[in-house]
Write a protein that binds this ligand. Structure first.
Ligand code: S3P
Length: 433
């Protein structure tokens, strides 16, 4: 298990870019594989999670060429969704997006596939996608009531369209259904309690697959093949979030992040930090398939806030690092309606509470969130990532503010979403050797 020792830094001033968006990179691969020809993808995130999707598609006969040295520029040869059966089980690694979205594609294939995952992924509920995909006519067999991996999926070329009321605001559920719906005869609709991230809708529209949103419902028509077009992936706001908090919570700090995705369904963290007292300006330079631009942050003394309801899906992956901001803010921050955190790469309510506690921060846990009481000084501590990339990175950021070294145990997981994070931390002179 690799460790990282982080020390307090006095000042913070940086201008940087972050690697490609993880959600958009998975979709760029899958949708271009479904298309009718070659698509060049630039800015692709060559991290473990997205490489699991790449390998999965390659194992089903999709040709993917590297056009550069670092894996971020690739050409995917679309096969119109006619895949060949893989030779063995497909390993989705740690990636929930790979397993759930791929299930939507496999539901349309006339063969049986087995999807496996690592220890963490094998504990995450797959019944949320199995249920609607089975209603459409696929057969999905998992382990136990929550349909855990390994999953056996038996697809069907002609699926039945459904009108689905999703119990959760989840882009993975919505996207799995939309992918299957492309092979259904007629119109499929999905209604969510609140809108989740809309990368699937945007990218499919860009690839000329008609889908529309009316209120909280998205509809898509079967029988459409994506048009092969080149896709540019912007930087990942979820990776930028770590540096944004590092700057926002430090009076006088300055940060500029360029070429980052600014999709309104993903930038809840910016509104929260502004409410907490940080100065943040976003500038959209381009609004093609996905809006992208720059974010400028000037740090200040933060104050507590409340986060819940429709805001949660817009910042769900950022909650660990938002919790670090709350620990540095004056007052009690309450996060609620976020029970989804319990079934992420780790139980992020208990991992955040446990690790903040080690740094001297009082945290009360609820079933669907937590209350964090800000402290005047964080204490360096031993932190356990539990194999969760966002916990490892959030607490590396906490370490920048702590008195005494912070040792993060188990940092290999950072590779699942942010190769280069540790290098960036090193540039800030924040690694103790
Ligand atoms: C994702 C959707 C979210 C998010 C995950 C990526 C996606 O999950 O937390 O990291 O790419 O669709 P849910 O759909 O489970 O909310």
């Amino acid at each position: 298990m690799a460790d990282l020792r982080v020390k307090k830094v006095k000042d913070f001033a940086a201008e940087l870019t972050v690697p490609g968006d993880k959600s958009i990179s998975h979709r760029a691969l899958m949708f271009s594989a479904l298309s009718n020809g070659p698509c060049e993808v630039t800015g692709f995130l060559a991290s473990e999670d997205c490489l699991a999707t790449r390998k999965a598609l390659e194992s089903m006969g999709v040709e993917i060429e590297d056009l550069g040295e670092d894996g971020t520029h690739i050409r995917v040869h679309g096969c119109r969704g006619e895949f060949s059966p893989p030779e063995g089980p497909i390993d989705c690694g740690n990636s929930g997006t790979t397993m759930r979205l791929l299930s939507g594609i496999l539901a349309t294939q006339p063969f049986e596939t087995v999807l496996t995952g690592d220890e963490s992924l094998s504990k995450r509920p797959m019944n949320r996608i199995a249920l609607p995909l089975e209603k459409m006519g696929a057969r999905i067999k998992g382990q136990g009531d929550r349909c855990l991996a390994p999953l056996e999926i038996r697809g069907k070329e002609k699926l039945t369209p459904i009108q689905y009321q999703s119990p959760k605001a989840s882009a993975q559920i919505k996207s799995a259904i939309m992918l299957a719906a492309m092979a259904a005869e007629g119109k499929t609709s999905i209604t969510e309690p609140y809108p989740s991230r809309d990368h699937t809708e945007r990218m499919l529209n860009y690839l000329l697959v008609k889908n529309i949103r009316e209120g909280d419902t998205v509809s898509i028509w079967g029988g459409q093949t994506p048009e092969s077009r080149d896709i540019d992936v912007p930087g990942d706001i979820s990776s930028a979030a770590f540096w944004i908090v590092a700057a926002a919570a430090r009076p006088g700090a300055r940060l500029m992040i360029n070429n980052v995705g600014l999709n309104p369904t993903r930038i809840g963290i910016l509104s929260v930090l502004i409410r907490m007292g940080a100065k943040i300006i976003e500038r959209i330079d381009e609004s093609g398939c996905e809006p992208k631009g720059s974010i400028e942050v000037i740090g200040g003394k933060l104050k507590a806030t409340e986060i819940g309801g429709a805001e949660i899906p817009t910042l769900i992956d950022e909650i660990p690092v938002i919790a670090v901001a709350a620990a540095l803010a004056e007052g009690k921050t309450v996060i609620k309606d976020a029970e989804e955190l319990r079934v992420k790469e780790s139980d992020r309510i208990s991992t955040v509470a446990e690790n903040l506690g080690r740094m001297g921060v009082p945290v009360e846990q609820f079933g669907d969130g937590m209350e964090i009481t800000g402290v005047s000084q964080l204490k360096g501590a031993e932190i356990h990532s539990l194999g969760d990339h966002r916990i490892a990175m959030a607490f590396a950021i906490a370490g920048l503010f702590a008195e005494g070294d912070t040792v993060i145990r188990g940092v290999e997981c950072i590779e699942t979403s942010y190769p280069g994070f540790i290098r960036e931390l090193d540039e800030l002179q924040a690694i103790s050797r």
